[in-house]
Design a protein around this ligand. Structure first.
Ligand code: AMP
Ligand code: TRP
Length: 334
């Protein structure tokens, strides 16, 4: 029997609740990919500290992110589910990867440009600048074949491919060159208030937070910006708001967007918004209940994290040792 492909992805423990774009763009696909793949998923706490975090909030948010991944459907007994900082090899391989990255190459990462512009570039940390290179190490240390993410991460996976190839060319075949696994339909869920922008935790007014109360979720969706026409049509170019709602509704009800459109023949935007709100609440309510249940047993959550990181380290330590050896570093005693 051949070994199944390996997939790996991560999510930041920021803002407490996941937003709908995290789920539809990424985590939903993580759940699907558990079947037929050797799956590694993690809470990337070391990425979160590239911007200042309150320690008490960060601690809660790491547990909350871990619980949300399980509540979304990732099974920690099937997948390896862990916390990034529990596996020191990420930071160690991260250093190696920094040493083969060009300064100009790192400067071209658009997420850094966006994030540093938002925080004022004088306040951007060096960690925020090298953030994508730690992500490269996250992926390569597991020899991942596929990386399920939203469209905004494509450039980071491209960098991962470039650095894997560079290392392999210089030091001999060491790393698997991974591919981004991006679901076209849900690659970018848009902000409800500005449907030309990506839905993001950092723009809370246009985002749907899955742990919010159903009334809050419903209100958010019902106040989504649409357009001055009345016809429900899927046309992302000229009707971004309506098309975004259609994508959300179609995905959550497992239908094709064009099938959904036919339901709204002769109906207005009100019906579409109301049905979309219902579909989101139908997912979010049991999701939040499961998160509360998991959070009520911190010892069990911690046990799962410990088990996950032990499994992850088996792979990560092996890859790091090989990479160090290829570079010409000498193994310590023992
Ligand atoms: P983050 O919250 O930045 O750690 O993102 C976690 C995952 O969610 C990444 O794979 C992102 O690409 C994905 N993601 C975040 N926002 C969106 C969005 N609006 N649409 C689709 N995917 C998203
Ligand atoms: N940078 C990703 C994000 O902001 C999170 C991330 C960190 C990640 N390491 C990763 C995603 C490794 C995929 C693989 O969403």
């Amino acid at each position: 029997m051949s070994t199944p492909p390996r997939v790996l992805s991560g999510i930041q423990p920021t803002a407490g609740s996941f937003q709908l774009g995290n789920y539809l763009g990424a985590v939903r696909n993580w759940v699907a990919l558990q079947e037929g793949n050797d799956a590694y998923y993690m809470v990337v706490d070391l990425h979160a500290i590239t911007v200042e975090q309150d320690p008490a909030e960060l601690r809660d948010n790491i547990r909350l992110a871990y619980a949300q991944i399980i509540a979304a459907g990732v099974d920690p007994s099937t997948s390896t589910l862990f916390v990034q900082s529990h596996v020191p090899e990420h930071a160690q391989l991260g250093w190696v990867m920094q040493c083969i990255t060009g300064f100009g190459e790192a400067s071209r990462m658009t997420q850094f440009k966006d994030k540093s512009a938002r925080n004022g570039s004088d306040h951007a940390s060096v960690g925020l600048f090298t953030y994508p290179i730690l992500q490269v190490a996250d992926i390569l240390v597991y020899q991942a074949d596929g990386v399920p993410v939203g469209e905004d991460q494509r450039q980071h996976v491209e960098l991962t491919r470039d650095l894997a190839q560079r290392f392999n060319n210089r030091y001999g075949p060491t790393f698997t060159v991974p591919k981004a696994l991006i679901v076209k339909e849900t690659a970018k869920i848009f902000d409800l208030q500005d449907p030309t922008a990506k839905m993001s935790k950092s723009m809370p007014h246009g985002a749907v937070f899955l742990l919010d109360d159903p009334e809050v979720i419903t209100k958010r969706i019902k106040s989504a910006v649409t357009d001055s026409e009345t016809e429900v049509r899927f046309d992302p170019e000229s009707k971004p708001g309506v098309s975004n709602l259609l994508t959300i509704l179609a995905t959550l009800t497992d239908r094709d967007v064009h099938t959904v459109v036919t339901d709204y023949d002769g109906k207005g935007y009100g019906a579409l918004k109301s049905d979309t709100a219902d579909a989101v609440v139908e997912f979010a309510e049991p999701f939040a209940a499961r998160v509360r249940e998991l959070m009520s047993d911190p010892a069990e959550l911690h046990r799962l994290m410990t088990e996950g990181s032990a499994k992850a380290r088996e792979v990560a330590s092996h890859t790091l040792a090989t990479a160090y050896d290829r570079l010409g570093l000498i193994a310590a005693g023992g």
